[in-house]
Write a protein that binds this ligand. Structure first.
Ligand code: NAD
Length: 509
């Protein structure tokens, strides 16, 4: 008997009609030249929640041109950091003011619970505030030890026009990990949200205008990877691409960008392990494992889709995680008590199930769940919390990004074995270790190939702390000072001073 905590009721009424969304190019809201639109059906409720202009090459071209012109004439790139910061701070206030409306749309398009959307949209204001502080602190170096007639400066300049391409799993949060930082640096931008979750990105345009961002500095084109994203990647007027999405598309972007040698920053997939030692606070660890795998229905680059548990405690620990997973509130995303909502598309739901059934066919044991879930009165695009044991490290469910609420359990005997298993992945986004021994934690942190290591915690992040991946999880960093620096170019100015001659190179006899 599958005994789960399912929430069916909603606290918030469904909107009576879809929100209409248009592109925002050179300070103006426009439809597509050919009138094309695309509709987003809510994964949780099956109703159309947004109708968006569907961009083509014409809109992508116009947006890139607007961003190029705005960058080159200096309307944003050459104003003071103080003035840029003032605009970003206003945007932060406006985000907080409009959080509820944005959060409801985020929930309806993505299927994530409303409490989580409120946290992500409202919390994004802090990313804008932090970026504003960076706008005022850009500085380079000076060299005063090059000899009496030489002095040099290393200047930091905005890199130019940045294409920002985002995924559907954290639409507003990931946008806010990129856009305010690029703007703080003085860049101009073309933004394309996922075709599945355009609403909050499109509506941000209203807030940018109200905050006083000059026309052309941020342009938003709604549409698909082809042709919009692809053109944003290949166009010679673009200087940098900041992309978050799948590793497969990230590789394509890298290849295309090589044609014009653009800078590319990539935030891609992950297969993140939490390793649990017997001396850890096991109650805390079990709760963090439940959080790590079920949060955002596992549709999270940081999902801890693998745990590696010491064999002495593996059975009891797994049983505790099963017990906690039954208590996680799955169900109607429009109820504030719900912790886990719907799967983004029916195709993705089938893909998740394919990994689970594939593992079963190879002899794995399902300890909980293992099938799609219908939430009474809401819909059938949900997946049961699922825990799988009896796995070999080479199975697809252990190696690949399942992107669902599916936990793979492996075991280990020694620290070395745990590190080797954690590193046995093409990905290197994040990893965690649970132990009360500082030496164990530090050895793990030093040896594991991942952009973020959590010790005795999971998925804490701060605007100040860089985030990004090693190996096939990406390149470059996002947020923090390192993330900000990605949007800056370095220029060295070498000056001869004092009026003396530099000494002749050509001898005239
Ligand atoms: P995706 O790669 O399918 O799409 C991401 C974006 O790229 C969308 O806007 C899409 O329209 C666009 N796109 C698609 N094809 C393109 C092309 N040829 N050229 C340019 N743009 C193109 O990813 P998704 O399914 O939206 O998101 C899920 C993936 O994102 C997962 O793999 C997840 O791990 C990853 N992700 C990574 C992070 C991170 O910070 N590392 C964060 C969130 C999500």
């Amino acid at each position: 008997m599958l005994d789960l905590n399912i929430i069916t009721e909603a606290d918030i009424a469904l909107p009576t009609q879809p929100v209409e969304l248009r592109h925002f190019i050179n300070g103006t809201w426009v439809d597509s030249a050919d009138g094309a639109v695309s509709e987003r059906v809510s994964p949780s409720h099956g109703v159309v929640v947004s109708r968006a202009a569907k961009g083509g090459a014409a809109e992508a071209e116009a947006a890139i041109l607007a961003a190029r012109t705005a960058f080159d004439d200096g309307r944003w790139s050459r104003i003071s950091g103080k003035d840029r910061a003032a605009v970003l701070l206003k945007v932060a206030d406006l985000i907080e003011h409009h959080t509820e409306r944005l959060a409801i749309l985020e929930t309806l398009e993505s299927g994530k619970p409303i409490s989580q959307s409120r946290g992500e949209v409202g919390g994004a204001a802090d990313l804008w505030r932090y970026a504003a502080s960076l706008a005022r602190s850009i500085h380079g170096d000076s060299h005063n030890t090059l000899g009496p007639d030489m002095v040099a400066m290393v200047l930091k300049e905005p890199i130019g026009v940045v294409s920002i391409i985002t995924p559907w799993n954290f639409p507003f949060w990931i946008l806010s990990q990129k856009l305010p930082f690029a703007l703080a640096a003085g860049c101009t931008c073309v933004v394309k949200p996922s075709e599945m979750t355009p609403a909050t990105t499109a509506l941000l345009a209203d807030l940018l205008v109200e905050a006083g961002l000059p026309a052309g500095v941020c342009n938003i084109v709604l549409g698909y990877g082809l042709p919009v994203g692809s053109l944003m990647t290949s166009h010679k007027a673009v200087d940098m691409i900041s992309f978050t999405g799948s590793t497969a598309v990230g590789k394509k972007i890298s290849e295309i960008a090589a044609g014009t040698l653009k800078k590319v920053a990539l935030e891609l997939g992950g297969k993140n392990a939490q390793v649990i030692f017997p001396d850890a606070d096991l109650e805390d660890a079990a709760d963090a494992v439940a959080f790590g795998v079920h949060f955002n229905v596992g549709q999270c680059c940081n999902s801890s889709s693998r745990i590696i548990v010491h064999e002495d405690i593996a059975e009891a620990f797994t049983a505790r995680v099963v017990d906690l997973s039954r208590k996680v509130a799955y169900g109607n995303p429009l109820n504030p008590k719900t912790q886990v909502g719907a799967i983004v598309t029916a195709e993705h739901q089938a893909k998740i199930d394919g990994y689970v059934q594939g593992a079963v066919a190879e002899g794995a044991d399902i300890r909980l769940g293992g099938a799609a879930l219908t939430v009474a009165g809401v819909g059938a695009q949900f997946y049961q919390p699922t825990i799988v044991t009896g796995l070999r490290p080479d199975m697809a469910i252990v190696q690949e990004e399942v992107f669902g609420p599916v936990l793979s359990v492996l075991t280990f005997r020694t620290l070395e074995e745990a590190i080797a298993l954690a590193n046995d992945s093409v990905y290197g986004l994040s990893a965690g270790v649970w132990s009360n021994d500082i030496h164990t934690c530090l050895a793990f942190a030093r040896e594991v190939q991942a952009g973020t290591i959590w010790t005795n915690t999971w998925m804490d992040g701060f605007p100040e702390v860089a985030f990004g991946g090693m190996k096939q999880s990406g390149q470059g960093r996002e947020i923090g000072r390192y993330g900000f620096e990605e949007f800056l170019e370095v220029k060295s100015v070498v000056m001869r001073v004092g009026g003396g001659s530099r000494g002749k190179w050509v001898s005239e006899g």
